[in-house]
Design a protein around this ligand. Structure first.
Ligand SMILES: [Zn+2]
Length: 179
């Protein structure tokens, strides 16, 4: 059994199963959201500008992958025993793909934390980064290949990388080729 060091953080964010489908908010799963900072126009703009599921970059990537003939599952736990979801999952190839939003996952090029509540945001975003790293470690330990892309990356380039990883994973899979 693998350790789940951030388990207690996760528990604070449990949605009802009913809610889960529409709003399995990834970044909200990953840190201290119990006491959001007083809202300001800037913060409100940030939140609304960053939908957390089915984001446009992720949809663009999924569309390309689908066109390549690849089939995958969306927003599921690659490893049911680990309470971590991945954006795009190839079960046979044991490949988990994440498309990380530039703001919530601290892309070095585009993440600029709001000036108000600086400390709160720093901790929040750092918590997200820690959780991402922890997720990668847990999944890899369970035999998964993990690919992470920034939302700003070119979808076609990402799709090629995913395809290569899927083919590689399939050839290694004991149950072999799917088609
Ligand atoms: Zn970025």
């Amino acid at each position: 059994m693998l350790p789940e060091p951030l388990d207690q953080v996760d528990r604070t964010k449990r949605h009802s199963p009913h809610q889960n489908r529409v709003s399995s908010a990834r970044p909200a799963n990953s840190g201290v959201t119990r006491n959001p900072p007083p809202s300001s126009p800037e913060v409100s703009r940030r939140f609304s500008a960053h939908p957390r599921r089915d984001t446009l970059p992720e949809l663009a990537l999924r569309r390309l992958l689908h066109r390549m003939g690849l089939r995958y599952r969306v927003d599921i736990r690659p490893e049911p025993s680990l309470r971590r979801r991945a954006d795009i999952v190839f079960t046979k190839a044991r490949l988990a793909v994440f498309v990380d939003g530039c703001f919530w996952h601290s892309c070095p090029e585009h993440c600029s934390p709001p000036k108000a509540n600086r400390t709160w945001w720093a901790e929040k975003l750092q918590g997200n980064r820690r959780r991402d790293a922890d997720t990668d470690t847990l999944l890899r330990a369970a035999g998964w290949t993990v690919l992470r892309f920034w939302a700003h990356e070119d979808a076609a380039t990402c799709a090629e990388a995913v395809r290569a990883a899927v083919l590689n994973g399939r050839t290694q899979a004991v149950d072999g080729y799917q088609r």
